[in-house]
Design a protein around this ligand. Structure first.
Ligand code: NAD
Length: 254
């Protein structure tokens, strides 16, 4: 069987699983946003880790040199701010609207699921919507923080206590936010989990797929969960998600 045929058969199997499922959730990673122009971490050649040291994303390095964090992160924050949702975000929003996906748990910080129409989005690694002071916890909008960075104020500081402001994203070495507990409950409840665009190497997010027997993996490279998945769809997520929606409409009238 050729690759295209294999994929087409996989899409049919995935649609059947989705149509049968009572409570399907999606777990997404940076791979769902590369087609919106945001680099992921680990893709060979284009991943952020080919340019930025992974140490950049640790809380220790932020605390040691917050100005450097903003200097290096500035470009990525600007790309995320301008990015538009692609078909993966849009189709997931549509599946949620039709009741076929109950929640979208995302490791992404880019807000594109919401921009693409999804409503129940659990951002387990936080988001770039706001920033908080690492001293007093005071919260501000990220807009002002980016503005300060563009004005050359590095790092941007809390107007109350003067400590550096950190975007409300979870860096390596930080505790998971309370919404992670909600994500765990969703995974426990789910009878089908779609894992889309994630290498599944970041813990504890990578524990979530273990909660369901019915796993659908959509990724262009192999992942550690492929061997236990019911269906593996190997390809770019946007066209695969579009085919999945077409299949659900054509064959199940959903
Ligand atoms: P990752 O980089 O480890 O894995 C991404 C996976 O997606 C890879 O296996 C890659 O082959 C695949 N992929 C990339 N583009 C794809 C496409 N168009 N179609 C199909 N597959 C594609 O990312 P991860 O597992 O999400 O973990 C990295 C961490 O980085 C996450 O915790 C996330 O918070 C953070 N991050 C977020 C963003 C964002 O918000 N957009 C961007 C970079 C990193």
């Amino acid at each position: 069987m050729g690759m295209a045929e294999h994929l087409a058969r996989g899409v049919k199997e995935a649609a059947a699983l989705l149509a049968q499922a009572e409570y399907c959730i999606a777990l997404t990673g940076a791979g769902v946003s590369t087609e919106s122009g945001i680099p992921d971490f680990r893709s060979p050649g284009s991943g952020l880790w080919t340019r930025l040291d992974p140490m950049f994303f640790t809380i220790e390095s932020f605390k040691a040199d917050p100005a450097q964090f903003y200097r290096l992160g500035q470009e990525l924050f600007a790309v995320i701010k301008e990015a538009e949702p692609n078909d993966t975000h849009i189709v997931l929003g549509e599946l949620e609207k039709r009741g076929l996906v109950k929640a979208i748990i995302t490791q992404n910080i880019d807000g594109l699921h919401q921009k693409g129409g999804a409503r129940r989005v659990l951002e387990i690694h936080g988001s770039l919507e706001s920033a908080s002071c690492i001293g007093c916890g005071c919260r501000v909008s990220m807009e002002g923080v980016i503005g300060a960075v563009l004005d050359g104020i590095l790092p941007p500081r809390c107007s109350r206590c003067g400590d550096p402001l950190k975007p409300d994203i979870i860096l390596f070495g930080e505790a998971m936010p309370p919404v992670y507990q909600e994500a765990l409950l969703e995974a426990e409840k789910a009878d089908c989990i779609m894992v889309i665009g994630s290498s599944m190497q970041v813990s504890p997010a990578n524990l979530l797929p273990r909660y369901s027997e019915n796993l659908i993996i959509i990724n262009r490279e192999p992942t550690v969960y492929d061997s236990r998945a019911r269906v593996v769809l190997r390809g770019n997520t946007a066209p695969v998600m579009r085919s999945l929606l077409d299949e659900l409409e054509l064959c199940y009238g959903l």
